[in-house]
Write a protein that binds this ligand. Sequence first.
Ligand code: DLL
Length: 420
Amino acid sequence: MKPKQLKAVQLRRLRKIVDYAYRNVAMIKKRFDEAGVKPSSIKTLDDVSKIPFTVKTDLRDNYPLGLLAIPQNRLYELHASSGTTGKPIVVAYTRGDLNCWGRLMGRSFDVAGVRKGDVVQNMYGYGLFTGGLGFHYGAKAVGATVVPTSTGNTKRQLMLMKDLRTTVAACTPSYMVYLCEASRAEGYEPKRDFVLRVGLFGAEPWSEEARKRIEEVFGLRAHDIYGMSELYGPGVGVECDQRNGLHIWGDEFLVETIAPDTGEVLEPGKEGELVFTMLSREAMPLLRYRTRDLSRVFEEECACGRCHPRIQRIKGRSDDMLIVGGVNVFPSQVEHVLMNIQGLGDQYQIIVTRTDLDRLAVKVETTADRLNDPKLVKLINSDLLAVLGINADVELVELGSLPRSEVGKARRVVDLRPKG
Ligand code: DLL
């Protein structure tokens, strides 16, 4: 499509989805009414800036299914992702939504050069996380063979990678960097023993250095892929062969950047928070969803010939969300868990490290008599696991031993991972 055609499709779909969301989602109607905006106020693509934002806490406040635009019996699938406190955010799909998501993931695979005949080893987690099934649907959409290994069990991953002649690796970039070392430690010579051709890496920020390392060790071509559960999952955008930014699928997503503090819309090319409007989501339409991800949007045509706008690789976040081994963790979730356990002090610290893989440690203060209480450690660990979905190394420390800050906020998060 030429950019002009794409814009015409976007406008037609925008007007339709705004009207649909206004009529079917009570929260959206209320927000529009409060802002004095009517669906008919949206006449041009620029009018999108009149639409009130949706934020993550709106999803939490409407837990589990308060933002549905359709009767619940039309749902085909439900996923969940970290909320900011104890409850997750639930994302819902109709059959049409699932088809659309699968198509977008299929396109993303296609752009990265994945074809029928490829063997895709899907090392993203299967389950409530959107990574596993999102990649599964994408592989099926291009007619590739999918090997659903899910996360973990590195020895088996490597064995199957060799024996099944995996050509496409799909996992978090930090896990692939880990496999660079782990494969050699297990006695493999990566370029000789594996026939990997393409990698699709996302769910967390990564760097050009990580890309170089992965490509050198495995001799594959690594593509960055972006997405989030609220926006179906992975497959919102992907790098084409130029690898000069990630194409955002413009016929399904309208992307803007805003100043995180004021909400002001920024010119293309300026760094800001990404905001997405989903153009055809049936189950849970999301208008102007604030992602908290920081990036830039480029509208110039790409040398690959695609007209879909591009974003720069994600630079970071404008909130305090941590991504630990691809899993989203909000410090407020940890606090929520700790506050609900009897016998703990108010002070805690979250420490993130990376030696081979990411590790999360939580130190929490307690009284002297409970410092060596293994039952307490076990309880904290299992409650954290239930809420975060990952294991944390829990350490009980003496009351008064964690650093307090005299001014402003306590330094609750210490991220010791190498930058870049
Ligand atoms: O991480 C979806 C996904 C799965 C994307 C697999 C790519 C591959 P959530 O768990 O909801 O969904 O986390 C979304 O992860 O807001 C970003 O902060 C971060 N993120 C996702 N992709 C990238 C990327 C999935 N390519 C959150 N680069 C997003 C940097 C990314 N950060």
